[in-house]
Design a protein around this ligand. Structure first.
Ligand code: GTP
Ligand code: MG
Length: 195
């Protein structure tokens, strides 16, 4: 995927702040710290487009990145972050659901999971919700550089089973450190946008 222009178009906490539905959107969901914002930076080859942190809970708004005036990548706050109050977690959940459930121009919601960690019950719920809502259920396993080939393959199988993915659907390994994986993932997104 060749990207010339990538910029943060809008940060939103509610629908009145969303940009127009004029462009297709691909949204990225997953636990806090799994690497959603880093994924967007890797894909766009911009180191500091999306803010990232080694501590969970960095992204707290819905961030719309406009790519080549052609489509948007949408970075969501992560779920499962324990160190905030229940009220705040509820606010985040509502913010994420409010976007995902009511936005006509979302063409895909991609679930990111950490390749080293078994999916949590929230991951499984998210995956099921994505599939139940008619999306294809693409799952990306991040931080693949932290595992050996063998370990990675074992983990991909575990994640596949734990989420209950259909046989024909592969979990896609990803690492911000691996240009080949970045390119392969970019091609998957390109295919989605071609329809
Ligand atoms: P929230 O905004 O809290 O939901 O987190 P996030 O999912 O956006 O995670 P973020 O991109 O901020 O990354 C979290 C941490 O993981 C950062 O320290 C990143 O540098 C690191 N990270 C992300 N992707 C990779 C990867 O592929 N490999 C390695 N080694 N580290 C990664
Ligand atoms: Mg983030």
């Amino acid at each position: 995927m060749k990207i010339n222009d990538a910029s943060l178009e809008q940060m939103a906490v509610g629908p009145n702040q969303y940009p127009k539905t004029d462009l297709k959107e691909i949204a990225f969901a997953g636990r806090s710290n799994v690497g959603k914002s880093s994924f967007i930076n890797a894909l766009t080859q911009r180191k500091k487009l999306a803010y990232t942190s080694s501590k969970p809970g960095k992204t707290r708004t819905i961030n719309f990145y406009r790519i080549d005036n052609c489509f948007r990548l949408v970075d969501l706050p992560g779920y499962g972050y324990a160190k905030v109050s229940k009220a705040m977690r509820d606010d985040w959940a509502q913010m994420i659901e409010g976007y995902l459930a009511n936005r006509s121009n979302i063409i895909e919601i991609i679930l990111l999971v950490d390749s080293r960690i078994e999916p949590t019950s929230q991951d499984r719920e998210m995956y099921q919700w994505i599939v139940d809502n008619g999306f294809s259920g693409i799952v990306i396993a991040t931080k693949a550089d932290k595992l050996s080939r063998n370990q990675l393959n074992r983990q991909l199988k575990k994640i596949h089973t734990s989420l209950g993915c259909p046989e024909e659907q592969d979990i896609l390994p990803f690492s911000t450190e691996d240009q080949d994986l970045i390119q392969e993932t970019g091609e998957v997104l390109e295919d989605l946008l071609a329809f």
